[in-house]
Design a binder for this molecule. Structure first.
Ligand code: UT7
Length: 337
């Protein structure tokens, strides 16, 4: 029997309505549109404002759209994986909540935490289930309400992050499409440069942790920046090399949207042009596990069967990696709803 691969057969996405602009941020902290545009490249980010709503409310919208666009009955889904660092609650898993809200009843589901590389880890995990032959329809949905853990008094982190979600359906194929190769890595010693200090089992929530603002993102920007530039590019260059993909053979780089300068440095090292790179950081900022599927969501109609895509990420952990995908369908035939 020929080898089973996991191919993406549909994309869904969702961003909340509210746009937090650089001008509004400039009234909250000591910053300017000019600083944010030159140092990060973000103009606005979307924020989920309604009280009592969380990551699952964002994720379920992307999943509903995905199921509609691919004519998939919720009962057909075998597995749903939700990469997120902003789960609705510590437990149960946000994936369980999304499944319930989307009417997915014949599946199992779990969350996955790999920081900004969550979607890449999720795609890799989903691929193994699909390649086993046992699971036919696997949903990966990155869902993040980053605004829940952003400190809007900290000018070094608050311009970066936004809320949103994106989902893909992965199915088996015996043709040469889908996930072709991957490099995934972790260096846990990098954890001290980007994390949330309190709220876990090491330091449960107390009045003191709240007063010390330890339930927000803590980031040493320059350390993360340096590692991100080196690691994302290393993995992407390596995956090109070992799959014999010349810069002109690559249709799209789908990079994590953390900083325009990191994206540009990665593209430069890969020897590719700006036109080969999906970039929507200006509009959505860094939505952590949702950046990659939100790029696919926006670019879907431009994607053609047989296109070479390289996904690349770097994030908290440190986690990073690169996945090479041969795109499996004509994107323009999938209507956005
Ligand atoms: O997705 C997870 C992975 N995360 C990332 O990839 C993020 C990686 N890091 C970065 O993108 C960048 O390091 C940042 C955007 C976070 C910061 O940019 P930077 O160029 O590394 O700035 P910096 O931290 O070195 O700060 C330079 C200056 C400092 O002032 P002094 O000390 O030179 O006087 C900061 O206080 O810029 C100041 N600064 C700001 N100024 C205006 C920091 N934030 C702001 C701000 N507005 N929002």
């Amino acid at each position: 029997m020929s080898k089973l691969r996991a191919t993406i057969t549909g994309v869904g996405g969702y961003v909340p309505e509210y746009r937090l602009t650089n001008d509004e941020l400039s009234q909250m902290v000591d910053t300017t549109d000019e600083w944010i545009m030159t140092r990060i490249g973000i103009k606005e980010r979307r924020i989920l404002k309604e009280k009592g709503k969380g990551a699952s409310d964002l994720g379920v919208e992307a999943v509903r759209e995905l199921l509609r666009k691919t004519n998939t009955d919720p009962g057909e889904v075998d597995l749903l994986i939700c990469p997120t660092v902003t789960p609705d609650m510590q437990f149960p898993a946000t994936a369980n909540v999304i499944s319930d809200k989307a009417g997915i009843r014949n599946a199992f589901s779990f969350d996955l935490n790999a920081g900004c590389s969550g979607f890449l880890y999720g795609m890799s995990t989903a691929s193994r289930f699909v390649e086993s032959g046992r699971y036919k329809k696997v949903v990966v949905v990155g869902a993040e309400k980053m605004s829940a853990i952003v400190d809007y008094l900290d000018r070094a982190t608050c311009p970066i992050f936004g809320d949103g979600s994106g989902a893909v359906l992965m199915e088996p194929t015996t043709e040469a499409f889908g996930v072709m190769d991957e490099i995934l890595q972790v260096d846990g010693s990098g954890r001290r440069h980007l994390y949330q200090k309190a709220g876990g089992s090491v330091k449960p929530a107390t009045h003191e942790t709240v007063d010390a603002r330890e339930h927000f993102i803590y980031q040493e920007g320059q350390q993360v920046f340096k590692a991100a530039v080196a690691r994302m590019a290393d993995a992407s260059v390596e995956i090109m090399k070992r799959n014999h993909i010349a810069p002109d053979d690559l249709n799209w780089l789908v990079p994590h949207q953390a900083n325009m300068r990191i994206i540009e440095a990665t593209a430069r090292r890969m020897g590719i042009k700006r036109e080969q790179v999906m970039i929507n950081i200006q509009r959505y900022g860094n939505t952590t596990a949702a950046t990659l599927p939100l790029c696919l969501w926006e670019w879907e109609e431009k994607l053609n069967k047989g296109d070479n895509l390289i996904f690349a990420t770097f994030g908290a952990g440190f986690t990073w990696g690169s996945i090479y995908v041969k795109w499996g369908y004509e994107g323009k035939n999938h209507q956005q709803t």
